[in-house]
Design a protein around this ligand. Structure first.
Ligand code: ZN
Length: 273
């Protein structure tokens, strides 16, 4: 599943090709992909709107149009492909946008979990998903005090608390393990037991980890070309995640794997006591 850095990488790739281009037509071949409004309304409203800016919020790609925002969540396996106009529709290509430069943007999703929403600009902060999303990792309001307040009644493991998108948005299972490793925090530590300096470390290492992954995403994304599509798979430089049985890069102890709330969790039992 793509995490925030991959979503940012995909968004940048889309921006490069699509900024200031107009959507002239749209076809939906699998309606449940359209989460809001109805697919009929989605199609009629999106036509003739220009893509004015590209950003992300949580794991949503946010494309600012003239009157609305187009939001896209890739979920498990959603991918974008560029095709020539009137290209033959391939398998699992569920939504096709025609662009004013005689290209098409195809959304492919084998698993069909991806979602798109078209939300009026003046409603964006009143509607799902924005109402459910916490602070972005780079938000200046993300402070130890903010986390202390959010965690105050939470006895759940910090590993689980960091996955709660209503607190910090954009940390997924992989980078969660990396952040806790860098912070020397045991993933089972109850969230409400962390002091200010530990919370500050979490914030700092969240930014470091995601920035590094985004930077790598720009250079190590291999399977992106205009023909092959836009994906964002690059998880090459991990310290602990998936490294069960390997030596800790910090102390040499063997990295172990446990399950926390059903999620595979990797850590160093010596560095993260
Ligand atoms: Zn270690």
């Amino acid at each position: 599943m793509p995490e925030k850095p991959e979503v940012i990488t995909v968004t940048k790739k889309l921006e490069k090709r699509l900024l200031n281009r107009k959507i002239t037509d749209c076809k939906v071949y699998y309606e449940p992909i359209i989460g809001y409004p109805s697919s009929k309304e989605f199609i009629s409203k999106i036509k003739n709107q220009t893509m004015n800016s590209f950003s992300t919020r949580g794991k949503w790609i946010v494309i600012e149009l003239d009157r609305d925002y187009l939001l896209v969540h890739l979920r498990m396996e959603g991918k974008f492909f560029f095709r020539e106009k009137n290209a033959i529709l391939e398998k699992h290509h569920h939504v096709v946008f025609t662009i004013d430069n005689e290209e098409e943007l195809h959304f492919q999703d084998v698993r069909k979990f991806g979602r798109m929403k078209l939300i009026p600009k003046d409603k964006i902060n009143e509607m799902s998903p924005f109402t459910e999303l916490g602070l972005e990792p780079w938000d200046k309001s993300l402070t130890p005090d903010y986390l202390k307040d959010k965690f105050k009644n939470k006895k759940i493991p910090i590993k689980t608390a960091l996955l709660d998108q209503s607190i910090i948005t954009g940390i997924g299972n992989i980078y969660d393990d990396e952040i806790l490793f860098l912070s020397h925090i045991n993933p089972l530590t109850p969230a409400n037991k962390l002091n200010d300096s530990k919370l500050q470390l979490i914030i700092k290492n969240t930014i470091i980890t995601l920035d590094k992954a985004i930077e790598e995403g720009g250079t190590t994304i291999r399977n992106y070309t205009s023909e092959e599509g836009v994906t964002g798979l690059f998880q090459n430089h991990l310290y602990v995640h998936t490294k069960v049985g390997e030596a800790c890069p910090n102390c040499g102890e063997t990295i172990i794997k446990i399950k926390i709330n059903g999620r595979g969790t990797y850590y160093c039992p010596k560095c993260q006591k």
